[in-house]
Design a protein around this ligand. Sequence first.
Ligand SMILES: [Zn+2]
Length: 742
Amino acid sequence: MTTAPTSTSATGSASPAAPAAGIVPLLIGAGLPPFEAITPEQVRAHIPGLLAELEQDLTALERRLEADLAGGGLLSWQAVLDPLQRLEERLRWSWGVVSHLTGVCNSPELREAHAGQQAAVVAFGNRVGQSRVLYRALETLDHQHQSAAPGDAGLLDGAQQRILAAELRAMQLRGVGLEGEAQAAFNAASQELAELSTRFGNQVLDATNGWTLSLTSVEEIEGLPASLLEQLAQAARGAGLTAADGGEATAEAGPWLLGLDMPRYIPFLKYSRRRDLRERLYRAHVGRASGQGEGASAELNNWPLIERILSLRGDQARRLGYANWAEVSLAAKMADSEAAVEALLEELRAAALPVAERELEQLRACAARHGAPEAADLQPWDVSFWAEVLRQESFELDSEALRPYFPLPQVLEGLFALCGRLFDIQIRAADGEAPVWHPDVRFFRVLEGPGAGERAGQPIAAFYLDPYSRPGSKRGGAWMDECLGRSRAADGTPVLPVAYLICNQSPPVGDTPSLMTFEEVETLFHEFGHGLQHMLTTVERPQAAGINNVEWDAVELPSQFLENWCYDRATLLGMARHWQSGEPLPEAEFAKLLAARTFLGGAATLRQVHFALVDLRLHSQWHPGCGQSPEQLRREIAATTTVLAPIDEDAFLCSFGHIFAGGYAAGYYSYKWAEVLSADAFSAFEEVGLENEPRIRETGRRFRDTVLSLGGSLDPKAVFEAFRGRQPTSEALIRHSGLVAV
Ligand SMILES: [Zn+2]
């Protein structure tokens, strides 16, 4: 091949893209990336040049716009948003490949090259986001539209209006509309907030790592499973601890080093029969970074940071013309107002509280049956332990034992068959037809299904699936990311969307395929749901195609929606067969999976409601002169959102990284908000009857034509209503979570 692929048609060419001589693979800027030809050296050598070029292009665009604005004539979309999008797409393509490779084939060289350029890439993003000329041009487009009569040139379609509104809002929230001293104060506060979040996160990390407890006798490890003992011994070896005889720490003989990180904390509380040790561990954990507690460093104290962060956010909100930070957060979300979020959380709270109280009684009764003294005085450090005992007694669900029923090829077959039924698409393996970054990576094409008439078999999209874990070079977890977005190339040819689907399950061993746990099956369905929204979009404006421009509290709708099908009898039993004997999953195991889904569902819901309400009210009601500390506000909320009151040392806020060191401020509620949408969407299928094939297909098509097609081109409330015929309600989520009073 002598010419580089320009605008591709990911599904067009039949052979892997090969870069043409003289073109740097990292800078091709369109089509499927030639992953193996991209090197850390190119990142170091060519990202600075690319940024310099984009910087020049941006400056040239600003000059043109300035002249246009001064001229006073009509400004066009093609003169503002299109060039901006092309500019951003060039960076997204090149930097997107680098970020992708950092996630899936990391190496010290690549990591270093990525880290070396990241600040410059972020700086360029800030430069675009704070361009005053660009902002004025966007405002002008908006004014033209507002004052246009039907048929006028300045009139924008619905997708354009949403794209424009989102761009304007994003720039406003960066302070671009502020002048002089107000802007200087805004920028200084932004800088301070960034530093405070980093410090907050680091102090949580240091406090977590700063507490350990060495266990040396077998009485202290009573109840712990072998895998945890191995971890604790490994931690002891890492800390240089040795056995009494001077030998190396082992899982069998110790010593075992306990710590506050999740992989050691969670299973210890779950399995340890030593109530006193559970208590010590729990107290240390909930007091992290509060400057107090056993062995804690007084310097690692996040309380002052919390007040400072909340005050600064309040100031920033007022500078931007909002009453508080919650309003800033909600300005870009599906939820209209704080009242709407409060109303939803109250519905869930009211449903979950009595159930959580009953669940606590069940745990007490379980402890009493076992003659445990704590039955009369159950404490927070007892909850996980008795929950695990009760769970085993109730279902004996052994997640490892289910693996043979879920070999990856069969799960994929089931998933693809489901998508065929629901959305009338066909998914075909196309391995070898696209460049990949690892031999285990697979490539698939998505085609129109038989229901599409003349268009049946036409390509719609494609995706990569990278299913297995590769410790050392691949990031943990699972995710969907955009390789190419749907758009039209300059010459008018359609660019079809391509997704990355990344999981981390165990690889095949010898003749044994990758055998998945049920959680891994759910994860695959979840990410595939995101992938479907990316791939089945019909929006051709890239800024609103697929998941782009979808409100953050609505973006988990398709992913969680698809997860629901893992619990659908026909779907699950259709794919769960023993990989050797072909035996279907026993009915009793299916029943256990269903029961496990809602086990302690009241407590789980209540916990999320507690976090969400605390987050929301800290960002709407709290201010330095309100007469209450953030902690007092949290305890007030705890009175109606917990069934075991927080103990005195509980300083959970000091480690609430989601809102103080991450991006969830006044947005934690989004978890539940999106679950309401996904459960309610699934209930449309329950209503027509999960056995009613024609109606299921019809409803699935409607889901494809609304939620999956329209992406960010339409208000999410309108998209939901187009599918469901009404606004969402929490009824289905409450039912699916097992919170309906019997
Ligand atoms: Zn997700």
